[in-house]
Design a protein around this ligand. Structure first.
Ligand SMILES: NC(=O)C1=CN([C@@H]2O[C@H](COP(=O)(O)OP(=O)(O)OC[C@H]3O[C@@H](n4cnc5c(N)ncnc54)[C@H](OP(=O)(O)O)[C@@H]3O)[C@@H](O)[C@H]2O)C=CC1
Ligand SMILES: O=C(O)C1=N[C@H](C(=O)O)C[C@H](O)C1
Length: 274
């Protein structure tokens, strides 16, 4: 069987470099192309040397459209606007995508879902197996504990992260709100200050920490009278996310069109926990 050829968008970024490493380490996958934004000093450099895995003979380009013959699946961990540009190119060319970018506006999420009518897409704010297991556990915890507890979501990331709350924290909030029959748009509280009054039970609170080189931490409290349940995940390496993205690329290569997430890739969508 021939290898699945991967293109990495944003190959010079924190995730981009880690993704190159994960692809090179994976059996049955090869790096076919690597991109960076126009004007980047990294254009023309070797993607393998950039990632510290040795020369691969893949020069970083700023034109995804010029390397369409060189890849089967694009893995994109960049920015919302860059991902939407790449989506248009992949949609026109019938190329599959794995999208890890976070911070999308509602209309951008709608555009990604719509593209799923024509191409295969896996889009998830967190590609780690552990976080996706936590999403299932959060659904169960919310259903069991119900309206007897206050829900608070606390996340911490490195000082360079530009979006808040994290995409993962928002996904956790969505899962919990859905399980409790609430609309996250109506009940989310993003930080508190001043004379805010007593807490309303229905709210779901978010607290964001940005500091140093924290890879990614998420902690959800279900706090009641006399007891508190916590579900927490701590990432200590970006390879965790990159290996999940590679797994998603392998999975989507075998699918037709549709917009999926990591719950689909991991077979967790309809899994029973009780
Ligand atoms: N789903 C998941 O599991 C995870 C998701 N993420 C998300 O991935 C995204 C990237 O994170 P991270 O790697 O830390 O960020 P970085 O800023 O380190 O990397 C993003 C890279 O994309 C490049 N870029 C920007 N525009 C374009 C373009 N048009 N074409 C090609 N490349 C472009 C940037 O270049 P330049 O710096 O020159 O602008 C940069 O090198 C974030 O949204 C983050 O939240 C992160 C980890 C895990
Ligand atoms: O920007 C990051 O670094 C991360 N972003 C993702 C998010 O916003 O949830 C996932 C991970 O926690 C790392």
């Amino acid at each position: 069987m021939s290898e699945i050829r991967i293109a990495i968008a944003g190959a010079g970024g924190r995730m981009g470099r880690t993704l190159v490493q994960a692809v090179v380490e994976s059996d049955g996958l090869s790096l076919g192309a690597a991109t960076e934004c126009a004007g980047s000093s990294l254009i023309g450099t070797d993607a393998g040397e950039l990632a510290g895995v040795g020369r691969l003979g893949i020069a970083v380009t700023d034109r995804l459209a010029s390397v369409l013959d060189d890849f089967d699946v694009l893995i994109d961990f960049t920015t919302p606007s860059a991902t939407l540009e790449h989506l248009a190119v992949c949609r026109a060319a019938g190329k599959r995508m794995v999208i890890g970018t976070t911070g999308f506006a509602a209309d951008q999420r709608t555009a990604i879902a719509a593209a799923g009518a024509e191409i295969g897409i896996v889009c998830a704010p967190n590609m780690s197996v552990g976080v996706n297991l936590c999403l299932r556990l959060l659904d169960l915890a919310a259903r069991v504990l119900g309206d007897e507890v206050d829900v608070e979501i606390i996340e911490a990331h490195h000082r360079h992260k530009v979006d808040a709350p994290s995409g993962t924290a928002l996904a956790m909030g969505e899962v919990i709100a859905r399980a409790l029959g609430r609309d996250l748009k109506e009940v989310a509280v993003y930080g508190r200050e001043g004379q805010i009054g007593a807490r309303e039970r229905q709210t779901i609170g978010f607290a964001t920490i940005r500091a140093g080189d924290i890879v990614g931490e998420h902690r959800v409290w279900f706090a009641g009278e006399g007891e508190r349940v916590e579900i927490a995940h701590q990432a200590s390496s970006r390879l965790n996310f990159a290996r999940g993205a590679v797994r998603a690329a392998r999975w989507i290569f075998a699918q037709g069109s549709g917009c999926f997430d990591m719950q689909d890739v991991l077979g967790l969508r309809d899994s029973s926990l009780v």
